[in-house]
Design a protein around this ligand. Sequence first.
Ligand SMILES: O=C(O)CCC(=O)C(=O)O
Length: 256
Amino acid sequence: MKLSLKELSTLTLNPDTLRLAVQKVQMDGFVLFESVIPRDRIEIIRTAFLQKLEEHRARASSNRGTNRYQMHLPFEEPFIDPYIIEHPLAMQVLEAILGSNCHCYYFASDTALPGSDYQSVHSDTHLLYPDTTLSLPAYNIVVNIPLIDVRLEHGPVEIWPGGTHLMPGNLDLKALAPEMNSELVTMPAGSVVIRDMRMWHRGTPNRSNEIRPHLALIYARAWFRPIDYATIKITGATYDTLSERAKRLFRYERIV
Ligand SMILES: O=C(O)CCC(=O)C(=O)O
């Protein structure tokens, strides 16, 4: 979505833009704000990330298909930059959809390495009522932040916008997805993608020589509790440094 210079410099959406962004997520399943995190911050985070990924790869094999890693992030600097955990633009949209008492329960990353392949089309969450054809409002929203400029050769995420987040649970994704419109999400580093977690998507092959990391955070309505997700471990000393809003966002995690 195109933002005005004023919105970009103040990181505040005007009421019409906010309404449109919320409706875009509700109807299309996602909204993208391009280049809304300064390059120098992204560079610092990318350097630290690549180091963590290297350590991780030394002890774990790829867990999301060939040459593709999901990796949790440590809850520490430079990853817990406010631009990442509580980006002002993202928070306006998230709070408008999930409520101002929403929380964050997932702090991780998805990385397509050179040589990664297509994933199966999937949704990242279970439906609340899979046995019905009810279309419910969003209850889980993923925020993805690319740490490089993602072009076609880097294996951008392919998404199926336009309503797949509202579909009932008894559909044959594999057969249906090729018949439906999809989009490859190319975008500059430091963009923010806000997507309904139910939306159909998949990773695509990274045909470049560059590692393509996306940070991935999940925000939920106050009442939602994830099943089978490890809680985020946050030291008391780190928790104390967070803003009041960030403390609220991570209030259900493990403060040790
Ligand atoms: O980062 C990507 O390209 C997609 C990853 C993904 O959807 C997953 O692993 O569930």
